[in-house]
Ligand binder design. Structure first.
Ligand code: DAH
Length: 332
């Protein structure tokens, strides 16, 4: 065997036994690279015979190298196909996505119900002045809510709002009637925490001001909204009451959904559930915002969102809505 035949055999063997493409590349550099014996020899070639010999060797080695390269690539692909198998029919891993708090759910339902009636939705300040929280709503100077025992005061003139009713004054001062608005947000009262009371809670407050509005419009509006919130079979009734900023004032009740009005524990065996306060806008309120009570009429109402959520979901204790216990909240 000539030296070159031996050299070719050696190279062919190295190619055949290269186990990875990196190893194969090393073999290529060694036997076919620019500084390889073969390349150097080819550069020195002077006669046709040795040229043919060496070129023949180079061509065969290059072919073997290309085949080996392809083979390694195929094996690599096979291996990956075998090892990285994905069964696309397996169920995916479920990611824990949260959901809206029951208060937020109810808030959105209330917004939807009123948007459907063409009301605008607003959200006012929680730090309110005594003027807007009480004075302009015609609270008498002696009203008990003005006491620092009932209400959180920052100083003589600023409070945490005790109700969403100041929104009535804000919108009446901002724009001319007709007005149809619902204001939703947090309110604050100095109550001890019990199953039925919490010092922070939410209210939704409605105000409609137009020409010729009556108690019947108020009743129809509340009936529509209560049916949106609680279902189509609900009825609404009014009881007389007193609020500083409405005249007449009423308390609306909705028929109990648990017993259908027959009487049960939830409705304290009356068949009815209290919804909040309402009434026809007091002429004094119109005067306080510079509107003529002879020209304009209106109705207003305020209800608690916690109460609504509790009734919808049958939650007996208001604290469940404020404690953020996921074992409870995940149920709704
Ligand atoms: N603001 C009253 C409360 O928190 C509820 C209320 C009563 C709102 C009568 C009204 C209304 O808009 O007309 O007890």
């Amino acid at each position: 065997m000539t030296n070159w035949e031996q050299h070719e055999q050696e190279a062919a063997q190295a190619i055949a036994s290269a186990a990875t493409s990196d190893a194969l590349e090393e073999v290529r550099v060694r036997y076919l690279g620019r500084k390889s014996e073969l390349a150097l020899a080819l550069r020195e070639v002077r006669d046709r015979e040795s040229g043919m010999l060496l070129n023949g060797i180079r061509q065969r080695l290059e072919t073997a190298l290309a085949e080996r390269e392809q083979r390694l690539a195929d094996e690599e692909l096979d291996r990956r196909l075998r090892e990285e198998v994905i069964d696309v029919t397996l169920p995916g891993e479920e990611l824990p996505v949260g959901h809206l708090h029951p208060i937020t759910q109810v808030r959105r339902m209330v917004e939807d119900a009123f948007l459907g009636l063409g009301y605008e939705v607003r959200d006012d300040r929680e730090v309110e002045t005594v003027e807007y929280n009480f004075d302009k709503l015609a609270f008498l100077p002696t009203h008990s809510a003005r006491s620092p025992r009932d209400t959180f005061f920052f100083d003589d003139t600023h409070v945490l709002r005790t109700e969403t009713s100041p929104s009535q004054i804000h919108i009446l001062e901002e724009k001319a009637p007709p007005i149809y608005m619902v204001s939703i947000g947090r309110v604050y009262r100095r109550d001890a925490i019990t199953a039925t009371r919490y010092p922070i809670f939410h209210q939704f407050e409605g105000l409609a001001v137009d020409k010729g509005l009556t108690l019947a419009d108020l009743k129809g509006t509340l009936l529509h909204v209560m049916r949106q919130l609680y279902g189509p079979d609900r009825r609404v009734r009014f009881r007389t009451h007193y609020f500083p900023f409405t005249e007449p004032s009423i308390e609306p009740d909705v028929s109990c959904g648990i017993c259908g009005g027959a009487g049960c524990r939830t409705c304290k065996f009356s068949g009815w559930i209290e919804m909040g306060g309402a009434g026809m806008v007091d002429p004094q309120v119109f005067l306080n915002v510079g509107l003529d009570p002879e020209e304009w009429s209106g109705f207003a109402f305020g209800c608690g969102l916690e109460r609504t959520a509790q009734l919808r979901h049958d939650i007996p204790d208001i604290r469940a809505l404020w404690e953020g216990d996921l074992r409870v909240l995940r149920q709704f």
